[in-house]
Design a binder for this molecule. Structure first.
Ligand code: IVH
Length: 682
């Protein structure tokens, strides 16, 4: 600071009202205390609203007296939001995903399945809808009022973003009295998007402000909606397009097209290219039309959603695991682009698998700039016969990592160099092996720094401990400097240790320590996911947490109990068993606990025991093996027996049932079709 600046600063300080200074001091200390109660001790004393009031007052004073802002004010904590995390909300009816088709033939199969499924002789009637590439949300209206809005999340549970959704002008806050009285609760689903043109403007603005531009309109929409400060959301040009209503048992509403009409009438925005068509030919025509239209649209679409129009047909068709049988996403072909291969690097993943990565001359494809693409494995390298300097064709489809599809051999420059697969691990230098039945080479050194980096990065990732600020670069440094040998060491890091790292100033170290501290109290599924057991993603982690309820019980699980869980296959069961029976891993879990990580218990509402005490008998041919139904019934607390008796509560009855059905009828046992069974579980 120059002396003139110092002088004016002192003058300002002198001018400041001592009452304000005292209020500020008290506010900061109170907020810090409540932060701690909330994040660290898990026993908040204030409601969110009360907390927000304190915070708002702090922001107000600091706005009026910017000279009084100190770096340790809670307002300066990076990532400390003006409101806290989003609350989680369960979807009453799960938000499903869609099966995909990409060709006429695949669609024809779908058409055949549904037509046969409802035993109809007529051509099926469908709605065809552009598949908007944004972010799915659900809006709940009670007695006509918009009361709750949530993101799709994992389909079962999402985040409460009501406040942010309220800022979107295309969402009606109130429905007509007529609809309100007919449907006291209405759940509307749709997609939040940003137009391409608005996205370009937004990015230009961010760049002017020296802020990081956003990758594509979908990321921009997601990022804007998930702002903890809703005034930021309000400033973003978000649009909501409705595409349906979640229940199909509403009075006077018998089809998707009727639902669409109702939504339009109630003031929702619906896509202008939705159509109602008959049969395969009608759908194919619409697909061609959309494909031609696509470049001229001011929003991204990645395909067309085809839905069986009649709700009674939809109910009859039901769903398989996570997708309905009555709808399908017909995706546009992946986009291709041409560029130059500048180099090939070999990366070592957290499981030790060695993947060749193509370093490309940056090229735009399907809306994003691509400079890396996967070359998968050695076989792929050999098959492509790719050389450094080659012109290559790359493909990017949806969220999938871009890949090299072919080499343009005619354009091969002189001196193009062959790519050699390494003989040893590029990270630790130890030998690598190709395990039987696997395409990948793996480094089997459990102390390999690249693997540790990958494990650490995964551990701290969003789905895991969610430690903000712990990215791949920092993970690398922590491993290199031997400050961290396994993820549990994170909880022993000190400020002084962090300050020895490159680019680590006081504030960053403090933020990181605070983030680590917050993560000590997290949910059981996240902890399980973070461990990085091969094959255990977020879904499997939730299943394991739901089944065992605590880490202590999971650690002691036998192979058989693991295999019995619906949704957990034998390989994942084996990996999980091996993981927890490995001494090093058990030691690490103990160290985590010593480092202050709380291993919470977990009661998953989605896996709550809906069938507790109910006894089932299964008969006839069902859409899946009988065992899978057995598992699910048991998981929900029910029992399954081989013959119908007066104690039987339900007979789950498939096609060609035989004598069990007669007996059930005689004993007045309730008989369920597969669809009715699914509904019982919803
Ligand atoms: S219907 C069970 N309709 O696509 C029906 N989804 O995989 C499921 N999407 O992220 C959704 N446009 O948000 C439906 N007209 C449309 C859609 C649409 C885009 C998205 C949806 C979800 C994904 C479904």
């Amino acid at each position: 600071m120059t002396s003139a600046v110092v002088a004016s600063f002192i003058k300002l300080m002198k001018n400041a009202d001592p009452v304000i200074i005292e209020e500020l001091r008290k506010l900061r200390s109170d907020i810090n205390r409540h932060n701690r109660l909330y994040y660290v001790d898990d026993r908040p004393e204030l409601s969110d609203a009360q907390y927000d009031r304190l915070f708002d007052r702090l922001l107000q004073i600091e706005k009026d007296h910017p000279e009084l802002i100190t770096p340790d004010s809670p307002s300066q904590r990076v990532g400390a939001p003006p409101s806290r995390e989003f609350e989680r909300v369960g979807h009453r009816i799960p938000m499903l995903s869609l099966q995909k088709v990409t060709t006429d033939e695949e669609f024809a199969d779908f058409d055949r399945r549904v037509t046969e499924g409802v035993e109809s002789d007529d051509e099926m009637e469908y709605t065809t809808e552009p598949k908007l590439d944004g972010l799915a949300v659900e809006l709940v209206y009670e007695n006509g009022l918009f009361v709750l809005g949530s993101t799709r999340g994992d389909g079962a549970t999402g985040e409460n973003v009501t406040v942010n959704l309220r800022t979107i002008g295309s969402i009606p806050l109130r429905l007509s009295d007529d609809v309100a009285s007919r449907y006291p609760r209405l759940e509307v689903r749709g997609e939040v998007i940003i137009r391409k043109s608005a996205f370009e403007r937004l990015n230009k603005f961010l760049e002017e402000q020296n802020l990081v531009p956003l990758a594509n309109p979908r990321n921009a929409a997601a990022g804007s909606l998930r702002q903890l400060d809703s005034s930021v959301t309000a400033s973003r040009p978000l649009l909501f397009y409705a595409y349906g209503i979640s229940a199909t048992d509403l009075p006077d509403l018998d089809s998707q097209s009727a639902a669409i009409d109702l939504l339009r009438q109630e003031g929702f925005k619906l896509n202008e290219h939705i159509a109602v068509v008959k049969g395969r030919s009608g759908v194919e025509r619409e697909f061609q039309r959309l494909q031609q239209l696509r470049p001229s649209l001011d929003y991204n679409i990645d395909g067309m959603v085809v839905k069986v129009n009649r709700f009674d047909f939809q109910s009859r068709l039901g769903q398989i695991s996570r997708a309905p049988r009555w709808a399908v996403a017909w995706k546009f072909a992946a986009e291709l682009a041409e560029t130059v291969l500048e180099d090939v690097e070999f990366s070592v993943g957290r499981t030790g698998a060695i993947t060749p990565v193509a370093k490309l001359k940056p090229v735009r494809v399907a809306g994003v700039t691509v400079s890396n693409a996967s070359l998968h494995n050695e076989d792929e390298l050999n098959q492509l016969d790719i050389r450094i300097g080659d012109r290559v064709v790359i493909r990017r489809a949806g969220d999938v990592i871009p890949e090299v599809v072919s080499v343009i051999v005619e354009h091969r420059p002189r001196g193009a160099r062959k790519v050699k697969f390494p003989k040893s691990c590029p990270s630790c230098g130890m030998g690598i092996t190709r395990l039987e039945g696997e395409a990948a080479y793996r480094c089997l050194n459990s102390g390999c720094p690249a693997q540790l980096e990958g494990k650490l990065f995964h551990f701290a990732s969003k789905g895991g401990f969610d430690i903000e600020g712990l990215g791949d670069k920092l993970a690398r440094q922590l491993i290199e400097r031997m400050l961290v040998k396994d993820p549990s060491d994170l909880f022993l890091l000190t400020r002084d240790q962090l300050l020895t790292l490159d680019l680590m100033a006081d504030k960053r170290a403090e933020n990181l320590l605070a983030a680590i501290d917050r993560s000590r109290h997290t949910e059981l599924p996240r902890i399980i996911y973070a461990l990085g057991i091969i094959g255990v993603g977020e879904t499997a982690a939730r299943l394991l947490a739901g089944q065992f309820g605590s880490l202590e019980k999971l650690i002691l699980a036998t192979r058989e109990t693991l295999e019995d869980i619906a949704g957990i296959g034998p390989v994942i069961a084996e990996n999980t068993y091996d993981y927890f029976n490995h001494e090093g891993n058990r030691t690490m879990l103990l160290k985590m606990r010593e480092g202050g990580v709380v291993f919470p218990t977990y009661a998953d509402e989605a896996v709550s025991r809906k069938l507790a005490g109910k006894s089932f008998v299964i008969t006839g041919t069902l859409s899946q093996p009988r065992d899978s139904f057995k598992k699910r019934i048991k998981q929900q607390g029910g029992t399954v027996s081989g013959s119908v008796s007066p104690k039987t509560d339900y007979l789950l009855c498939g096609e060609s049932p035989g004598s069990k059905r007669d007996k059930a009828e005689k004993l007045s046992v309730k008989i369920l079709t597969e669809q009715q069974f699914e509904r019982l579980l919803q």
